[in-house]
Design a protein around this ligand. Structure first.
Ligand code: NAP
Length: 502
């Protein structure tokens, strides 16, 4: 798989790793876990450790939250311009160091360097977007319907926020939360995924360097996510939880948050349908499917999980997609020419293999891929299956791997029913050149986002989020900052008519 290929020129693996802090960041200081525990971060291309980071316990978590809580008033009192300036400086620093940050991300998460660089840019854009939003926090002034009072409305920071992120986008899922929190004036404790803590620690280091006050952003890395987060959620010190991860964990956290009536934002799992009508531009549709399926090796909540193709074009679409998938190069993300890195761990590799086996047993045919390669690392080849039964496990579960399952359909109403037949509702994709059909589908699909003739919808300036069991709230766009703001209304009597002599 990686035979004969060299690392991309100029990489300094030890150098970039040495520059990333590996302790907890609490109250503006890098500190070890109280109990002195540490855990290894593994390179999924080899299974070997690349770094060891502090392993926080519940007391460390509470200290981080106390630091956030005691800094809340100070941060809330800063000017919007000041907060915007910090975010702009952080944007510039992230872009300046994009090469190093991408290398760190590839080492801990596996995605090829070019893709990691793409994520760094995407992550930085949230900093730039929310720098601008910090300046646009609005209020209102309204006359009561009876004319006898005035309503003054203002937005205030929600308060100390707990931020939990997954491993698949190790930096972008962080800036998508940290940037609006800072813009709104909320302090935070961020807990990155245990498998990919380094990118977040590098980001927190940058925020510190550009002058974000001590205690405003705290970072806790741990192998005991539940034990560390639950006391913080239940403590009464936090006012908000913003979570990106699986629906199963999201449901547990929502129950915990209910006890303190915390504000919640939930970016959860997906099961995206990708629908190709016979009238679509097939070349565009194949390119869109490649983007929607293969971004992040398929390890994305927005990944096309079920590809429905109208009968007359299913064979042609399958042939072209399989050709493109087979032409990709699998290997360690640091190597030249590699376009598909490893999956995150052996459990992910085994799960993808099992889902493919299940689909084959239910009648699917393999157009390309489908075999776990020998050797080290958690690789899985780009795979196209056709004739996948709607009863296959992969029609219900997130594949989270480079597997494109094609299922034929006949009519628009049939495919709309199939697409919506899921508890998830994050994103759907539709390819058609018929405007009426495009609008009917966009309105009928039960998802928070629709990609119309495009295979990527994520954009820091657009409202990202799902409906049904895919989540609550939106990140990015003009509304992203509202997740960290409360509305306060002041009812004002009068004004009374001026006195005759006044
Ligand atoms: P996960 O297992 O739910 O983990 C997500 C985060 O939650 C990690 O930081 C994890 O820590 C932490 N966590 C796990 N159990 C916890 C608990 N009991 N209390 C508090 N925190 C806990 O999800 P994942 O496997 O990392 O990520 C993949 C999932 O994220 C997929 O379902 C994907 O669709 C979803 N996702 C959604 C979006 C979106 O915007 N909608 C974006 C990206 C990913 P550890 O790492 O220590 O387990």
């Amino acid at each position: 798989m990686s035979e004969g290929r060299e690392d991309v020129e100029g990489l300094d693996r030890d150098g970039v790793l040495r520059r990333v802090p590996t302790d907890l960041f609490i109250g503006g200081e890098w500190v070890p876990a109280d109990a002195g525990e540490r855990f290894d971060v593994l390179d999924p291309a080899s299974g070997r450790a690349v770094a060891s980071v502090a392993d926080a316990g519940p007391d460390d978590g509470m200290r981080a939250l106390e630091a956030a809580a005691s800094t809340q008033a100070e941060l809330a009192a800063t000017s919007p311009r000041q907060r915007a300036d910090w975010l702009t400086a952080a944007y510039e620093a992230v872009m300046d160091r994009a090469g190093d940050l991408a290398h760190v991300m590839t080492l801990e998460m596996g995605k090829p360097l070019a893709e990691a660089k793409g994520e760094i840019t995407y992550a930085a854009e949230f900093l730039r977007h929310f720098a601008a939003e910090a300046l646009r926090i609005e209020g209102g002034y309204q006359t009561a319907p009876a004319g006898n009072a005035r309503f003054l409305t203002m937005h205030q920071p929600v308060g100390p926020s707990l931020l939990i992120t997954p491993w698949n986008f190790p930096m972008a899922m962080g800036t998508r939360k940290i940037a609006p929190a800072i813009a709104a004036g909320c302090t935070s404790v961020i807990k990155p995924a245990a498998q990919t803590p380094l990118s977040m620690l590098a980001l927190v280091q940058i925020l510190h360097e550009v002058g974000v006050p001590a205690g405003a952003v705290n970072a806790v890395t741990t192998t005991q996510a539940g034990e560390v987060m639950e006391p913080m959620i239940r403590s009464g010190l936090a006012r908000k939880l913003s979570f990106t991860g699986s629906t199963a964990v999201g449901k547990v956290l929502l129950e915990q948050c209910a006890q303190r009536v915390l504000r919640t934002s939930m970016e959860l799992g997906g099961n995206a349908p990708f629908i190709v009508f016979a009238d679509a531009d097939l070349e565009d549709a194949v390119a869109g499917a490649m983007a929607a399926k293969m971004r992040n090796m398929g390890e994305a909540c927005t990944a096309a999980n079920r590809i429905y193709v109208q009968e007359p074009v299913v064979a042609e679409f399958g042939r072209r997609l399989a050709e493109e998938m087979a032409a990709l190069t699998v290997g360690p993300g640091t190597q030249q020419g590699v376009t598909v890195g490893p999956l995150i761990d052996d459990a992910a590799q085994t799960k993808v293999a099992e889902l493919v086996q299940d689909a084959i047993e239910r009648g699917a045919q393999v157009l390309t891929g489908g075999e776990v390669p020998e050797g080290e690392g958690y690789f899985y080849p780009p795979t196209v299956l056709t004739g996948v039964s709607p009863d296959a496990r992969m029609a219900d579960e997130e594949i989270f791997g480079p597997v494109a399952p094609l299922t034929p359909f006949t009519t628009e109403s049939e495919v709309l029913g199939l697409a919506n037949d899921t508890p998830f509702g994050l994103v759907s994709y539709v390819y058609t050149r018929d405007l009426d059909r495009a609008l009917r589908m966009a309105e009928g699909l039960e998802s928070g986002m629709v990609g119309l003739n495009q295979g990527v919808v994520s954009n820091p300036s657009a409202p990202f989020g799902g409906i049904k069991e895919s989540g609550l709230g939106r990140e990015g766009g003009a509304v992203g900052i509202e997740e960290f703001l409360e509305v306060k209304y002041v009812g004002i009597a009068g004004p009374r008519p001026a006195a005759q002599d006044g």
